[in-house]
Design a protein around this ligand. Sequence first.
Ligand code: FAD
Ligand code: SF4
Length: 404
Amino acid sequence: MMRLPEFSYLAPVSVGDAVKLMADHGPAAMLVAGGTDLYPNMKRRQFEPSVLVGLRGIRDMSGVRGSSKTGLTIGAGTSLTAVSSHPDVARHYSGLATAAGLVSSPQLRNMGTLGGNVCVDTRCNYYNQSYEWRKAVNFCMKKDGDICLVAPGSSRCWAVSSSDTAPMLWSLGAQVRLAGPKGERLIPISALYQDDGIQYLSKQPGEVLTDIVLPPCHGWRSAYLKLRRRGSFDFPVLGVAVALRMDGETVREAAITLGAVASQPRPAPEAAALLVGQRLTPELIAAVADAAFKPGKPLDNTDLTHPYRKKMIRVFVARALYSLAHGQPASTNRSNHLPHGQAASTNCPNHGEAASTNCPNHLAHGEAASTNCPNHLAHGEAASTNCPNHLAHGQPAEGQVEDK
Ligand SMILES: Cc1cc2nc3c(=O)[nH]c(=O)nc-3n(C[C@H](O)[C@H](O)[C@H](O)COP(=O)(O)OP(=O)(O)OC[C@H]3O[C@@H](n4cnc5c(N)ncnc54)[C@H](O)[C@@H]3O)c2cc1C
Ligand code: SF4
């Protein structure tokens, strides 16, 4: 059994006190919110703070304020369960409700916070291991070692940004408020991240993330799709976060951000630009999915193979756009049920187009053996527990296929 190392736990009741405690203890201290990521990491000795500054007692950091008209401010200490079930979030920022609701398991969402999810450590198959495992391979540069075991010639770490909410918040144009010894600052969430597996956050270690600020929703629709092996609690190995501002049937603004393909969320601005001023036709969706495929460059350091994860970018971007085109509520954006689970439904953008070259899923339905099919793996592995789509494909008449 892995045990926690000894540490002192300090429990400030105000943001100012937390900032002071972090400054007093310097590099020996770390912040902890729900502890759902930090404590397991400490058990594996990935972090060895002698002082933890707990944020759970700071009331001001919890709860959702504002409205969809003025924008929402979500306290960083708000649990993921509260975020995903909040009526304004679910209704107006449905992609965020979906992303928060897909993190891990219910127990961890009850303890885990939105701020902790935004700041969650990057991940790698060679790093998220016990101390003994890491020692046996002589460690790596992210902790205790000198080289990268994924890319031995590289001078940087390529550990993967694995937050579900970060890409969605990026697409939604969220800002984050940070409190530090020099006062407060509000920055775009895109400026919080940097593409380095070790220094993945630009904030100072002693700065506390106090709030996540969402802009007014003004007709935005959003969707988040997540790829993982076990739908019950795995981290994402691909996240696709799409936000569109619609004017009737026309897209006025668009953002597409990919998660788990780099050390920070990766936007796909060229793909998003194709949407602006256009109607969401099947041809356009196929072109946008192709364009979004390019910036996603997953490495071979997470679960599932990286070529498969890359292929699924195209599929998930298309599915997210179809769900938004049809104005599906957030809950349906969580799943792949539109193409796969509702074969007889008139709401299904794919069921009636099995032979159409415009349908990103038609190959899956009509040409199961084709190597051109982004879902062929799913079809070739229909009975395999390794296949994230096997449920969808194995249950064509079932309307409630979850995010498998
Ligand atoms: C089995 C398992 C499955 C998981 N699956 C997923 C998943 O599917 N998707 C996913 O995104 N995550 C997943 N996680 C990780 C984790 O549960 C979530 O990311 C959760 O939201 C972290 O929130 P927390 O409050 O528990 O953070 P903590 O563990 O308390 O902290 C995480 C990090 O954030 C820092 N931090 C926390 N709050 C603040 C703050 N306010 N200001 C500055 N720094 C802060 C901490 O110092 C620490 O570095 C999983 C974890 C486990 C153990
Ligand atoms: S990407 Fe390289 S340096 Fe980073 S955690 Fe993995 S093996 Fe270690």
